[in-house]
Design a protein. Structure first.
Length: 228
């Protein structure tokens, strides 16, 4: 199971980032081609051999690849910097929309990881409902959104106030913001993992009864007969 988890992390998250960081400018076309072939091949393998899809991994890798592919024609660092601001804005909007339609990204990551570990869909959903993990998912998402929005504000200030000659002056501030938020996010994730370890033990998850949001149906005729 750990091999599957490592394989998914390498293919869907690490490979696209590494490949697009190796090539610069128009050479990124090679990154695009390589990443696309790896994603298609690996997704087909796990679909037919393991009967599963990693939706969060696919969502990240496809989104990241698409945004990086649009950057291929940009050679000016200043233009790339502005383009990155647009990418952050789009990312924040997408995260908010996913929350509104009950497709929280951390919830999907949680589901995908447990599927890799051979938990059934019913066990996964029940563990979320029974232990009210929605609150933890939305807490993590809120921190990520705040992180992105602060970066957007700092970067926008660099572009509009400092201009092309001084937009890099705030890089230290951006790095500090990222470090602080990464530490905070890591702490929240580690606490979440610690709390869910007990929930996901075989003895506990088997005892989780099915939890449904549907209301119970009351037989009105039964009560009418009683009152007669």
């Amino acid at each position: 199971m750990k091999k599957r988890l490592i394989g998914d992390a390498l293919v869907y998250f690490i490979a696209p980032v590494v490949l697009f960081s190796i090539f610069k400018g128009e050479s990124k076309i090679y990154s695009l081609m390589t990443t696309t072939m790896i994603l298609i091949a690996y997704s087909m393998i796990i679909k037919y051999n393991q009967f599963r899809f990693n939706f969060s991994g696919l969502f990240f890798s496809i989104g990241y690849t698409f945004m990086q592919s649009l950057k291929i024609g940009l050679n000016e660092p200043y233009h790339i910097y502005i383009y990155n601001i647009y990418c952050l804005i789009i990312a924040s909007i997408v995260i908010v929309i996913l929350n509104l339609v009950d497709r929280n990204i951390f919830k999907q990551i949680y589901i995908d990881i447990l599927k890799i570990l051979n938990f059934s869909q019913i066990q996964i959903i029940n563990s979320i409902k029974k232990n009210n993990l929605y609150k933890e998912f939305y807490k993590l998402t809120s921190i990520v959104i705040i992180h992105i929005l602060i970066l957007i504000l700092v970067k926008s200030h660099s572009v509009f106030s400092l201009g092309k000659t001084g937009y890099l002056n705030n890089l230290n501030i951006e790095a500090s913001i990222c470090i602080i938020f990464f530490i905070g996010e890591a702490v929240l994730i580690s606490k979440f993992i610690k709390n869910t370890k007990y929930i996901l033990t075989k003895s506990n998850i088997k005892n989780i009864k099915f939890v449904t949001n549907e209301s119970k149906i009351i037989n009105i005729n039964k009560y009418k007969n009683i009152n007669k």
